[in-house]
Design a protein. Structure first.
Length: 375
């Protein structure tokens, strides 16, 4: 198959959606398909090609209030010219911005089958960015957009259930694997821990992700402070960047702020910690959870998305009832009481992660896209 992926986020940007889409493209190409990418041009692209597969660039515009990300323009005509030449069998639209709308229009006008994927709960970001009043019409737009394609791919069963309840049709699961060659206990670095000024016995709690309001970082910090009451020498490691970072650095100079990390360096930061607290309530999946599990960390997360699917409470990690802050903080006490079992729990987390094969996920995606094309 020839598939054109249209997206407004992709490496060199670093986020869960970008990494997932990169894995999709490289994985499908490795399976013998021809998948190329249409995306906004980024600063890094001026230095020459950064990927070994075809890419077509459109002009990018900054997203207000979300520095570092951008959306593409409403370039329907350009996409029609591009796809008349390339003649793809299917268009996969991964983001719902102006570029996605243009892609949907172009696909319909050219009679090319289109599928879509739902990666980000932007409608639930409203209370963090001041547009909570807009959540209902925004969901209406998403429903119109995705129902204009032949299938909508989501990362988990709870997102599937939510969207079906909102009137979305033909919702399919495109789950997430984890690269256990990259993420694993073999990446642990005592030299890195020494640079953090922690001893081998000092518990290091990690947070990895965008340092932004929608990630509920204040609750992660509350959880860490509660944990530190039981473990006075504990350190909090924050890996990532975002609009809240500067304020947090000023308020908590005792925390370790590692900034943005990639590849093996990111994997080493995961594996050199001991625990992973993630209090976000806006994920559609949460790749960082399975990456932390693969890295031999004891994970605490809310019981939805990746944690709902992959964490057995008290066995390979810990969970708290979704959006229940009191339950999340109480889980810290349970976690501390199980300190003697942390190595066993982390071992079980690694075993779980090792069973998350990208091959099986891509095979199912291939079958679902083939079915969508035939309908």
């Amino acid at each position: 198959m020839k598939i054109a992926l249209v997206t407004e986020t992709f490496p060199p940007e670093v986020n869960g959606v970008a990494m997932t889409l990169h894995r999709l493209v490289t994985g499908m190409n490795a399976r013998g398909h021809a998948m190329n990418v249409v995306r906004p041009r980024q600063k890094a692209d001026s230095e020459g090609p950064i990927h070994d597969f075809p890419e077509d660039f459109v002009r990018g515009y900054p997203i207000p209030g979300y520095a570092g990300l951008q959306f593409g323009g409403l370039c329907t005509g350009r996409l029609k010219r591009l796809w008349r030449e390339q003649q793809p069998d299917c268009i996969h639209i991964a983001t719902e911005g102006p570029l996605g709308v243009a892609a949907l229009r172009a696909a319909k006008q050219l009679s090319i089958p289109a599928v879509s994927s739902y990666h980000t709960n932007f409608h639930s970001y409203g209370r963090h960015y001041g547009y909570g009043w807009f959540q209902k019409p925004l969901m209406g737009f998403f429903r119109w957009f995705h129902n204009g394609t032949r299938a909508t791919f989501v990362p988990s069963e709870d997102v599937q259930s939510t969207l079906e309840g909102e009137g979305f049709a033909n919702v399919k699961i495109f789950s997430r694997g984890v690269d256990t060659q990259l993420f694993g206990p073999h990446r642990r670095s005592e030299a890195l821990r020494e640079s953090w000024k922690v001893s081998p016995d000092t518990p290091v709690v990690a947070y990895v992700g965008r340092v932004a309001a929608e990630k509920n970082i204040p609750l992660t910090i509350q959880a860490f402070l509660r944990f530190r009451e039981r473990h006075p020498g504990a350190k909090l490691l924050i890996v990532g960047d975002g609009p809240e970072r500067k304020k947090l650095e000023q308020k908590h100079p005792e925390f370790i702020f590692a900034g943005m990390r990639r590849g093996k360096d990111l994997a080493a930061h995961y594996a050199s910690a001991d625990l992973f607290f993630f209090a976000s309530t806006t994920e559609t999946f949460g790749n960082v959870i399975t990456e932390a599990m693969a890295s031999h960390l004891v994970v605490l997360a809310y019981d939805y998305a990746a944690a709902l699917r992959h964490i057995e409470d008290g066995q390979n990690g810990f969970k708290a009832t979704y959006e229940d802050e009191a339950a999340y903080l109480a889980a810290i006490d349970r976690l501390c009481e199980e300190q003697g079992r942390w190595p066993q729990i982390a071992d079980e987390a690694v075993l779980t992660a090792q069973g998350l094969s990208w091959d099986a996920i891509l095979a199912q995606y291939e079958a679902d896209v083939t079915d969508a094309i035939k309908r």
